[in-house]
Design a protein around this ligand. Structure first.
Ligand code: ADP
Ligand code: MG
Length: 243
């Protein structure tokens, strides 16, 4: 099948329906703007399953997403959108670049959820944006920006609640949004241990508790096991239906 686009973590294929794309989730892993590369065995299937579960949970809470169907373990049918060139990051606890750039200590609970916008541009290293930069660059309208901010906070509440029920702390995560052919704003891309920081509440050791891509970034080992752990807890919760 002819590829429409191959990214770092997924391949997009067209389908018979121009409004629908088939996404294939890869085992490839990259970090630090693709300077570090590797594979995480089974990641494609795991991330596809976790993303599917979380999109279904969010849909059940009336959040509009691109998710349509999971036809096989590492494939997702999605509604085609025009992706806004923004990465929306929501942080509940300080970690990663927030600590490097502000001096906040890793693990510091933020007094309110922080919503940040980064430019989705690998060549420029995905720089942090300001509201005015977004408007100057015409990356979103003021109305869209307002909507994105509120949507991001609402999604954060649902995901925090979901992960809490899995005894996992949602430290921070990245979302992508797009506009479909009918002009609707949809949550797109993926929600997985590649795009979230997730800490195991049953572990106190600051390295042992890491259940996300930081295990790969920081060479902490047990990367596959951590991803599997998230999958197991998330899928179990969704099938029990008690969140
Ligand atoms: P990247 O290397 O940019 O992180 P990925 O491999 O994660 O890319 O994903 C492939 C691309 O698919 C990304 O550019 C993402 O924005 C895009 N994408 C995700 N969902 C959709 C969708 N529903 N319609 C169109 N493009 C999408
Ligand atoms: Mg990506």
């Amino acid at each position: 099948m002819e590829k429409l686009y191959e990214g770092k973590a997924k391949i997009l294929y067209p389908t018979d329906d121009p409004e629908v794309l088939l996404t294939h989730f890869k085992d490839d892993a990259t970090a630090f703007n693709a300077q570090k590369r590797g594979t995480i065995q089974g990641k494609g299937e795991i991330n596809c399953k976790i993303s599917t579960a979380l999109f279904q949970w969010l849909e059940s809470q009336d959040i509009a997403t691109h998710f349509l169907e999971q036809p096989s373990p590492d494939q997702m049918l999605v509604r085609r959108v025009k992706i806004l060139p923004l990465e929306v990051v929501i942080r509940n606890i300080a970690a990663g670049s927030l600590c490097r750039q502000t001096g906040l200590k890793e693990g510091q609970i933020l007094s309110f959820p922080l919503v940040e916008f980064y430019l989705k541009n690998d060549e420029l290293g995905d720089p942090l944006l300001t509201r005015d930069r977004i408007l100057i660059l015409e990356l979103a309208t003021p109305e869209q920006l307002e909507k994105l901010q509120n949507l991001a906070l609402t999604i954060n509440q649902y995901l925090q609640q979901f992960f809490e029920s899995c005894q996992i702390t949602l430290v921070d995560f990245k979302l992508e949004f797009g506009i479909d052919s009918q002009g609707r704003l949809l949550l797109a891309d993926e929600i997985s241990p590649d795009t979230c920081r997730l800490w195991d509440q049953t572990e106190t050791d600051p390295q042992a508790r890491v259940l996300d891509k930081d295990r790969f970034r920081r060479d902490l080992g047990q990367v596959e096991a951590a991803y599997q752990q998230v999958q197991q807890r998330v899928l179990a919760k969704l099938s029990q239906g008690k969140i």
